[in-house]
Design a binder for this molecule. Structure first.
Ligand code: KIV
Length: 322
């Protein structure tokens, strides 16, 4: 199965097939999303908040993004993977953007970068696209400008702001962006923008008429409880379930019921008896009896951890992950 491309996303938009995009920041999540058939994964700088615990995306560095993107690429074989250029790596000019985007593509294997802003970053987008780097735009609530916007609030509600967002979307399209994220803007305005550009619009808090939707995976799985954006729907009460599991783990350790026999390792009785005798002598000299030789080699190591091949139950069985 080949990896989804920008052309596939354009085809989905042209066919009116909604695009489900999701953020991912690590190997297991990327693998799950890939297996679920999610066609596009965004390594968003939202990782600063939902993974690293900052109160905005501003402290996230390019090295942070690359570190997480590499893990995502190891987990996802099929999804189209986009990586956010973090704050400070492109606002200073297209040359800096080029350096950052080049590092991202070269060091992670991702297919595209995303940057925030409309007309004011159009020249940067144009330069990257000319250099062969696919760029996704992002307008509306742009979290890297949270201080300028006065907080995380709905954008484009006045005629002046609405008109500006439409021309921002067009400027990005003209500069060569292959898709544009519309974040936290009224449904009707997002609809209007979607009808006026030919590239896919990907909404988050922008209503159902965009070409696709993107959500932060921690919101979707209920793993981030600091706040829940109005646009987010929890498909799982992840934090509650995880908390219950962790309490249960603590209680089973406290009661002595974990680990059980099937979660423990066993050894040859004769070897154990020898160890006992040898250490009771307390001489530290060479043993008078030769201990039974331990099995060696990859197959023996596998059997030690996971049990003999074909064995389904019992101590050291396949469920055992050491
Ligand atoms: O960083 C991010 O997760 C994003 C999405 C919210 C679009 O930019």
């Amino acid at each position: 199965m080949r990896r989804t491309t920008t052309s596939d996303l354009q085809r989905m938009r042209d066919r009116g097939e909604p695009i489900a995009m999701l953020t991912a920041y690590d190997y297991p999540t990327a693998k799950l999303a890939d297996e679920a058939g999610i066609p596009a994964l965004l390594v968003g700088d939202s990782l600063g908040m939902v993974v690293l615990g900052y109160d905005s995306t501003l402290p996230v560095t390019l090295d942070d993004m690359i570190h997480h993107a590499r893990a995502v690429l190891r987990g996802a074989d099929r999804a189209h993977v986009i990586v956010d250029l973090p704050f400070g790596t492109y606002q200073t000019g297209w040359q800096d953007a080029m350096r950052a985007a080049t590092r991202v593509l070269r060091e992670t294997g991702a297919s595209a970068v995303k940057l925030e802003g409309g007309a004011r970053v159009a020249e940067t987008v144009r330069r990257l696209v000319e250099a062969g780097i696919p760029v996704m735009g992002h307008i509306g609530l742009t979290p890297q400008s949270v201080h300028q916007l006065g907080g995380f609030r709905v954008q484009g509600k006045t005629p002046r702001d609405g008109v500006r967002l439409i021309s921002d979307a067009k400027a990005l399209e003209e500069a060569g962006a292959y898709a544009v994220v519309l974040e936290t803007i009224p449904t009707a305005l997002a609809h209007m923008i979607t009808e006026r550009v030919r590239v896919p619009t990907i909404g988050i808090g922008a209503g159902p008429f965009c070409s696709g939707q993107v959500q932060v995976v921690h919101d979707l799985l209920g793993l981030y409880e600091d706040f829940q954006p109005k646009h987010a729907r929890r498909f799982l009460e992840g934090a509650r379930l995880a908390r219950e599991a962790l309490v249960s783990y603590r209680e089973t350790v406290a009661s002595g019921s974990f680990p059980a026999a099937e979660e423990s390792f066993y050894m040859d009785e004769r070897a154990l008896a020898l160890i006992e005798r040898m250490t009771q002598q307390g001489t530290g000299s060479a043993p008078r009896e030769t201990p039974p030789a331990a099995a060696e080699g990859p197959e023996a190591e596998r059997a030690e951890l996971y049990g003999p091949r074909g064995s389904e139950t019992g101590p050291g069985g396949p469920a055992d992950r050491g």
